[in-house]
Design a protein around this ligand. Structure first.
Ligand SMILES: *[C@@H]1O[C@H](CO)[C@@H](O)[C@H](O)[C@H]1NC(C)=O
Ligand SMILES: *[C@@H]1O[C@H](CO)[C@@H](O)[C@H](O)[C@H]1NC(C)=O
Length: 436
């Protein structure tokens, strides 16, 4: 009687046990596989950087192994044909760029960046608005847009680039609504470009201001979302010594007392409906030096009489480091975690920049917000790749803890569950055996 009962019990219990084990195993297999997906998504993090052809930094010195994408800057727009034009003194560099950076990193993706086409282009990135008439008039007419778009695709292909970047920070409100149209047309052209299957589709990106709506101007978020592979936020130059008489943080992540911060801008982009998975954080490899009016008053917001050290106060990270070495007598830069900035003050020079700690904190922020990656301006200003190495390390650290959490934890859970299931059934058997 007892044996029969036991047999019946097992006959009915086994399928249940089997079913639930199968479910559990499937569940964990699924968790494991999806963790693998997350893992490879993390590997696809965009680690991009600009190389400016006007600098005399040799392309071959770029450590491209530290990047996934490199952006070659800048192509101009011809004011009569609206076609792209590469400055003649850069043509040689543009044509060898991709093959040279692929030597140290065969899987690097290169993009061609387009600027406004004015002669004195580089300075204006770090300073005031420029006359953007060429791009404005290109945007306003369908036939001009067509010339621009077609020549951009042709030029990118001719020079071996795998993507196109529009870097234009001062469009007005008319420009911005026209940009929405341009992006629709640009995307359609890129998608329908005749190409053989071994060539991948061109990437489309755009450099944008730190916040999507400023001074009654707002970006065409829906068109951008539809058409761009990503937008990189130019999250720096908030305060510069050539236009302000008080010391200020030029690229603070946080600002408890104003909206001039990267966190404010990123939150505006996200709440405006732009997806974090298409947003790339711009990071400066430069800082600014202010000349203090009174060297003993060297706080944030202290009176300043203009730029120090250089003409406009801008300094690459490498030259800031060598300045500190020359004038710091062993002192280091000070990290402030309230704003996420670094300072170095000596005499009447007040320097504000991103050192290693700041870069790490920004990467960690970008990961927390689920952004697509980062984009540095510009790679040549790094010092022995200290900032890029720190950035890469911060990305990897996250991956390691992710891996730990997603693989080791499920295995531990499976073991605990199986052990307790076994324990449960054994005790059931003993319980029954114990009964008369
Ligand atoms: C623009 O294109 C026209 C026609 O091809 C050419 O003559 C002119 O030199 C170009 N302008 C510049 C600034 O390259
Ligand atoms: C950062 O600087 C501000 C302004 O000088 C100061 O109030 C704050 O306490 C500093 N934060 C840290 C963590 O030192």
């Amino acid at each position: 009687m007892y044996i029969k009962h036991l047999a019946l019990h097992y006959a009915s219990a086994f399928p249940i046990l089997w079913q639930s084990e199968k479910t559990i195993i499937l569940f964990f297999l699924f968790t494991f596989l999806s963790s693998q997906n997350h893992f490879s998504a993390a590997q696809k993090w965009v680690k991009a950087g600009y190389w400016y052809s006007g600098s005399d930094f040799p392309i071959s010195d770029i450590n491209s192994a530290l990047f996934t994408h490199l952006i070659c800057a800048f192509a101009n727009v011809n004011s009569s044909t609206y076609e792209l034009s590469i400055p003649s003194n850069s043509e040689q560099n543009f044509s060898i760029f991709t093959s040279i950076v692929k030597r140290k990193n065969p899987s690097i993706v290169t993009l061609l960046s387009i600027w406004d086409g004015q002669a004195d282009t580089y300075k204006s990135i770090l300073g005031e608005a420029v006359n953007s008439s060429v791009l404005s008039s290109m945007l306003a007419q369908s036939s001009y847009r067509k010339s621009f778009i077609e020549s951009s695709v042709k030029t990118a292909r001719t020079f071996g680039f795998q993507g196109i970047d529009l870097f234009w920070l001062w469009p007005d409100s008319t420009d911005l609504s026209n940009i929405g149209t341009l992006l629709d047309e640009w995307r359609a052209t890129v998608d329908s470009e005749p190409r053989n299957s071994s060539v991948s589709k061109l990437i489309l990106t755009m450099g944008v201001r730190y916040s999507p709506s400023l001074q009654s101007v707002s970006y065409p978020i829906h068109s951008m979302r539809r058409n761009l592979d990503w937008a990189h936020v130019v999250a720096y130059d908030y305060h510069v010594p050539s236009s302000e008489n008080f010391t200020g943080n030029h690229a603070a992540l946080y600002n408890p007392s104003s909206n001039f911060s990267t966190d404010f801008g990123i939150r505006e982009w996200l709440s405006g409906g732009y997806p974090s998975s298409k947003l790339v954080l711009g990071m400066p490899y430069h800082g600014y030096a202010w000349k203090l009016v009174n060297p003993t008053d060297n706080s944030l917001g202290a009176p300043a009489s203009g730029p120090a050290v250089t003409l406009d106060g801008s300094m690459g990270f490498r030259s800031i480091r060598s300045f500190i070495q020359d004038y710091g007598y062993g002192a280091r830069s000070v990290y402030n975690s309230t704003y996420v900035v670094n300072y170095f003050v000596v005499g009447s020079a007040w320097i504000n920049f991103d050192d290693v700690e700041t870069v790490r904190a920004k990467i960690s922020y970008a990961k927390e917000k689920g952004l697509l990656g980062y984009n540095v301006f510009q790679v040549i200003n790094d010092d022995n790749w200290a900032l890029s190495l720190a950035a890469q390390d911060e990305v990897r650290q996250g991956k390691r803890s992710w891996l730990w959490l997603k693989i080791v934890l499920p295995i531990a859970l499976i073991s605990i569950l199986l052990a307790s299931l076994m324990f449960y059934y054994r005790s059931r058997i003993f319980e029954r055996k114990g009964k008369p």
